[in-house]
Write a protein that binds this ligand. Structure first.
Ligand code: NAP
Length: 273
């Protein structure tokens, strides 16, 4: 089956391939063009964070096409007190040059209680400043804690590390998220570009007239409601990545991938931040 749209719990659907922006800014003009090309191709989800220093760049990329984009930003744990999260959100809105963030995440667990951060996120949503809120870098036990809070069931997404080298979340977090209809955003889906010459991926890619990068992305999108958000700094890379949406991997492809990158057989602690 070809990749299907991601469906959030409120019914909003987006393309299953998003765009990352971490470490953008050095080739700003080219990167803005790359993000715009992505939006033109339907890659609506653009991922940023107050930490990345790319919110203004994202704001520039969506100028004139804000309604076609779905902006994700994140509050730093150190700013995630009740008051701090509200102020951080205002600053992000200003840098983005927009009146709402489509999805606002807690970047990773800090020292403020979840209850305090979630209270701020719920209110920001009620005020219309964010349309959805979610988490990042949370494993199953912490996601359970979020869901047990007042309004916790509104948690719209969890963004975690996932790629062929780090398949741990397939054991528990992905099935758990599917059971709760919480889409998983997969960060560093290309292993920061390190897997693009892998022998097995190259062989599969050849069969599809594709590239190893496209195979990696198609492989991630084989699972419903899993959305890779590769960072691509050029329009050429964005176009290449977007073509992965048309790839349908065969059972034989998947078996070869499993032999080269074995799936988890037990609980593995969540990797990443
Ligand atoms: P990534 O997307 O796995 O890899 C990015 C690298 O892949 C860049 O060097 C890029 O090069 C290259 N690339 C992209 N498309 C390519 C193509 N078609 N062919 C060859 N190379 C290609 O790594 P990432 O940036 O760490 O992760 C993606 C996004 O996830 C981040 O940008 C960020 O938005 C998010 N993230 C979130 C967290 C979190 O804690 N929530 C942590 C890390 C990352 P070019 O730039 O030259 O295209």
């Amino acid at each position: 089956m070809k990749p299907q749209p991601i469906t959030f719990r409120d019914g909003r659907q987006v393309c299953p391939l998003g765009q990352g922006t971490y470490q953008m800014g050095r080739r700003r003009k080219e990167e803005v063009q790359a993000l715009r090309r992505g939006i033109d191709l339907g890659l609506a989800v653009i991922d940023t964070a107050e930490m990345y220093g790319t919110e203004d760049l994202v704001g520039e990329a969506v100028r004139g096409c804000r309604d076609e984009a779905f902006i994700v930003s994140k509050v730093l744990p150190g700013n995630a007190s009740y008051e701090g999260a509200k102020r951080a959100c205002e600053r992000s809105l200003r840098r983005l040059g927009t009146d709402r963030i489509d999805l606002y995440l807690l970047h990773w667990i800090g020292h403020y209680p979840f209850s305090e951060t979630v209270r701020a996120l719920v209110e920001l949503r009620q005020e219309g400043k964010i349309l959805r809120w979610g988490m990042s870098n949370l494993d199953v036990a912490d996601m359970e804690r979020i869901l047990s809070l007042p309004h916790g069931e509104d948690c719209a997404a969890n963004q975690v590390l996932y790629n062929l080298h780090d398949r741990g979340i397939e054991f528990d977090l992905i099935p758990w998220s599917a059971g709760h209809r919480i889409p998983v955003m997969a960060y560093t889906p290309l292993g920061e570009g390190r897997l693009k010459d892998h022998r097995v991926l190259s062989r599969i890619a050849q069969r599809h007239g594709a590239t190893p990068t496209q195979i990696m992305l198609a492989w991630m999108m084989r699972t419903p409601d899993v959305m890779p958000i590769p960072k691509a700094g050029s329009a050429d890379h964005v176009e290449e990545n977007a073509r992965s949406l048309a790839i349908e991997l065969t059972d034989e492809d998947l078996r070869e991938i499993d032999r080269a990158f074995p799936p988890p057989t037990h609980k593995i602690r969540l990797a990443g931040w």
